[in-house]
Design a protein around this ligand. Structure first.
Ligand SMILES: [Zn+2]
Length: 390
């Protein structure tokens, strides 16, 4: 809980200009001081982490994951590589595998993924339900997400995504009613957020409006899977409802992007999805940037469209494929993502913030972007404790 991190060659606090030859003092899990190491307070904690000239950044905040699932989607992936259409894959495959797994198996799988994310510098992660699609199984996933807190040092933000797809064979109106009716129980099970997959072939803007309006009344914060598959106006809905985030946004219009900016909706970019799907949708970041939307980055960790736990990898793709600058990408992966979760205490290293940081395997953050296939992080500190070290 008390730690002095020193020998920092370059320190990004996200609350001021980068510092050189710096140190960070963490007391009781919170940042108590940052500055040049030559000015290190005499009473700095004796527990020391010497990072030997490395670059240190705030711990990454992964603003969008589907961490709780079982099974792989190998056939679907092979079909994608071969350019073949594949019938029978998708979310339903993962729902079946997740239903067949025991609670202990799901927790083992999710905590393994969280451990990998921690080794890539993630210190806070959003985790959605959504592979249950019945009241009982969605609540089971929310309870497991809550229990996952005891299995990882990563801070978790839990989201109810009962409206992930319309379950095969169900009447959609009845299913929307059921999702709405489950909202109070989702709160009790530990959810802080509600999300809807609002897109072509999934839930309509009208259905999403109904679910999210009820979610707000139930006390949940609002997020939205928007405009991934086709232009639907979902981003405009996110602006209308004042959602904390709209995520994906490949088909966002300039007008809706402007509405998002005016309403303070953070745009969550998921470049690993574009890469994994081979969709070539790289241009929306520019539309959002031009409209003045605050950007966040996330992995969208899931078995179908983005099997990825690494935020540095998302940062690399955001820069090299999506066209963000290194500054923009690191800000989006830390401060922007924290804002998408309406958290003031993470994503930066100002005094009072949580003592969460990642020590990069580089003297400068740009080297982590340029170095393809390298290990990006050598240590991860959560709440002033070294929780991972290479
Ligand atoms: Zn997603």
């Amino acid at each position: 809980m008390n730690l002095t991190v020193h020998g920092i060659g370059r320190l990004l606090t996200m609350s001021g200009a980068p510092l050189r030859a710096a140190a960070v003092v963490i007391r009781n899990g919170r940042v108590a001081w940052t500055g040049p190491e030559s000015d290190l307070p005499r009473d700095a904690p004796p527990a020391r982490l010497d990072v030997a000239g490395a670059c240190v950044v705030p711990g990454f905040v992964d603003a969008h994951t589907h961490l709780l699932y079982a099974g792989v989607r190998r056939e679907e992936f092979a079909a994608r590589l071969a350019g073949r259409a594949y019938d029978g894959g998708g979310i339903a495959t993962t729902v079946t595998a997740t239903a067949a797994a025991t609670d202990a198996e799901l927790l083992d799988l999710a905590s393994g993924r969280a451990a990998l994310a921690l080794s890539h510098g993630t210190t806070t992660m959003e985790v959605k339900s959504g592979y249950g699609l019945t009241v009982e199984s969605e609540l089971r996933l929310l309870r497991l997400a809550d229990e996952l807190r005891t299995r990882t040092p990563i801070g978790l933000e839990v989201t109810y995504l009962g409206a992930h797809v319309v379950p095969p064979g169900r009447d959609r109106g009845e299913y929307v009613d059921e999702v709405v009716a489950t909202l109070p129980a989702a709160v009790v099970a530990g959810a802080r957020w509600c999300d809807v997959f609002c897109d072509e072939g999934v839930f309509t803007v009208e259905e999403a409006r109904r679910i999210l309006t009820a979610a707000r009344e139930a006390g949940l914060g609002l997020r939205l899977h928007a405009e991934e598959i086709a232009p639907t106006g979902a981003a405009g809905l996110a602006a209308e409802l004042g959602c904390a985030s709209a995520d994906h946004l490949e088909h966002v219009s300039t007008e809706d992007a402007r509405a998002m900016a005016a309403a303070g909706v953070v745009g969550v970019l998921l470049p690993t999805v574009t890469f994994s799907l081979r969709s070539g949708a790289w241009t929306h970041a520019g539309v959002l940037r031009a409209a003045g939307v605050e950007l966040a980055l996330a992995t969208d960790c899931n078995p179908g469209t983005s099997w990825c736990e690494s935020m540095p990898y998302a940062v690399q793709l955001a820069c090299l494929a999506m066209g963000l600058s290194v500054d923009e990408a690191f800000r989006a992966a830390t401060l922007g993502a924290a804002h998408s979760l309406r958290r003031a205490d993470i994503g930066h290293l100002a005094v009072g913030a949580r003592g969460d940081l990642a020590v990069l395997n580089a003297e400068h953050e740009a080297d982590v972007v340029a170095h393809l296939g390298g290990a990006a992080v050598t240590s991860t500190v959560v709440g002033g404790e070294v929780r991972w070290m290479s």
